[in-house]
Design a protein around this ligand. Structure first.
Ligand SMILES: O=P(O)(O)OC[C@H]1O[C@@H](O)[C@H](O)[C@@H]1O
Length: 342
C-alpha cells in the first residue's frame, strides 16, 4: 500500500480502539510512537469495561479510532480518553482518520438535531486535540468552526493524485457533485490532467440524481471518479452508470473514505474498473495508506503549540481507589468485579 514517509519520531503512546489495530501498527511503523495496550470487553448487561494496560503517566497518548460506525464505540472511546487523563497522560489526542457526524451540518427539516455540533462538543470535552483526514467540510469553513479543541485537518488529495498518476494512463478526473470540486481540481492540477464536475441533487439518504455536463471533448480518456466518502455508494453508482452510455470506459474510482455501507460495493463494482480507497476505513479496496501522512503531521505539530497549551485542561487528580484497583491486580488476575455489576 502506498504511503507518505514520516520525517521525525514522536514519543507518543499509540492505543488502538478495537478494529483499529492495523492502522495503529502502521502509525507506529511510520514513526509516530510506540504501541500501548488496552483491555476492553462488555459486562453481561452490555456496559463497557476498559482498562489501560500501558502506563500513560506523563505521556502523550494517541487514541486511534476511525469513526465509521461511531455509535458502536463512542462510549469506549471517551471512557479510554478519560482514563488516560485521570492516569496522568500529558495530552490525549484522538486520531480519527475518518471523522463521523460531519454531514448533518444544519437543520434540513424542522426539529432535526444538528448532530455535527453535538458530536463535536462531546469529542471536544474528552480530548485535547483531534487529527483527521478530509472531514466533510461542506457548510463549515473549517473544523475550528465546530470543534473547541485544536484540530489537525489533513488532506489525502495528493496521495489519491499520486495513485491516479501511477495507475491510469490519460485520466479524466471527475467529481460527482459540486462539493467534490475542491478535491478534483487539486488532484487534476497535481497530475496535469483535465477534470469535470457533475451535478447532484440529493432527494434522500439513499436517493440521488446526477446530471452530466457535456463531456464529449474528453471522449477517449479514462474517467476516474473521485469523492471524499462512499457511504450508500449511490452517488458513485449514479455517476458511474451515466458515463458508459456516453461511450466512456467503465470509470475507475478513488475515494478517501470507503465506508461502503450494506451491499453498496457489490452494486458499484460491476459498473467500474478499479475501485480504491484510503485506509481511513478498513475495506478490501484500501490501497492508499494514511499513516505516513498522519505521523508526519503529528511530528510537525509536536513543536511547542501555544493553542494546545491554551486549550489543555488542567490534570485531574488521580483517584486513589482507581489507582489501587489498577495497581493491585495483575493482568492475569482480574479484579473481583470481573463478572459484572453486583
Ligand atoms: O451517496 P453516498 O455514498 O451515500 O454519500 C456520499 C456522498 O454524499 C456526500 O455528502 C459526499 O461528499 C459524497 O459525495
Amino acid at each position: 500500500m502506498a504511503t507518505a514517509p514520516a520525517q521525525k519520531i514522536s514519543p507518543h503512546v499509540i492505543i488502538a480502539l478495537p478494529g483499529n489495530e492495523a492502522f495503529a501498527q502502521a502509525l507506529a511503523d511510520a514513526g509516530a510512537g510506540e504501541l500501548g495496550a488496552i483491555e476492553t470487553r462488555n459486562f453481561p448487561d452490555g456496559e463497557t469495561y476498559v482498562r489501560l494496560a500501558t502506563d500513560v503517566a506523563g505521556k502523550a497518548v494517541l487514541l486511534v479510532s476511525t469513526l465509521a460506525r461511531p455509535d458502536e464505540g463512542f462510549l469506549r472511546l471517551v471512557f479510554l480518553a478519560d482514563a488516560a487523563r485521570s492516569l496522568g497522560a500529558s495530552t490525549v489526542t484522538l486520531v480519527a482518520p475518518y471523522l463521523a457526524y460531519m454531514r448533518q451540518d444544519r437543520r434540513f427539516q424542522p426539529g432535526e438535531a444538528i448532530t455535527s455540533r453535538t458530536f463535536a462538543r462531546l469529542i471536544s470535552s474528552s480530548f485535547d486535540r483531534l487529527v483527521t483526514v478530509d472531514p466533510h467540510l461542506h457548510r463549515y469553513p473549517a473544523l475550528s468552526a465546530l470543534y473547541e479543541i485544536p484540530a489537525l485537518t489533513l488532506h489525502a488529495a495528493p496521495l489519491l493524485a499520486d495513485w491516479i498518476a501511477a495507475s491510469i494512463a490519460k485520466p479524466l478526473v471527475i467529481g460527482p457533485d459540486e462539493e467534490s470540486e475542491q478535491w478534483v481540481s487539486a488532484i487534476a492540477a497535481r497530475i496535469g490532467a483535465p477534470h469535470a464536475v457533475l451535478r447532484k441533487i440529493r432527494h434522500g439518504d439513499r436517493d440521488v440524481e446526477i446530471a452530466l455536463p457535456d463531456l464529449s471533448q474528453w471522449n477517449g480518456l479514462q474517467p476516474v471518479l473521485v469523492d471524499d466518502i462512499a457511504s450508500s455508494g449511490n452517488t458513485l453508482i449514479e455517476a458511474a452508470s451515466k458515463l458508459t452510455p456516453l461511450g466512456f470506459a467503465r470509470p475507475d474510482v478513488a475515494v478517501v473514505h470507503g465506508i461502503f455501507a450494506g451491499d453498496s460495493y457489490e452494486r458499484l463494482a460491476p459498473l467500474c474498473g478499479r475501485i480504491v480507497s484510503s485506509d481511513s476505513v478498513s475495506h478490501p479496496t484500501n490501497a492508499i495508506g494514511l499513516s505516513g501522512l498522519i505521523a508526519e503531521a503529528l511530528a510537525a505539530a509536536d513543536a511547542p503549540d501555544p493553542e494546545l497549551v491554551r486549550h489543555r485542561r488542567p490534570p485531574e487528580p488521580v483517584d486513589d481507589v482507581e489507582r489501587a484497583g489498577i495497581d493491585t491486580f495483575p493482568a492475569s488476575d482480574p479484579p473481583p468485579w470481573t463478572g459484572g455489576v453486583a
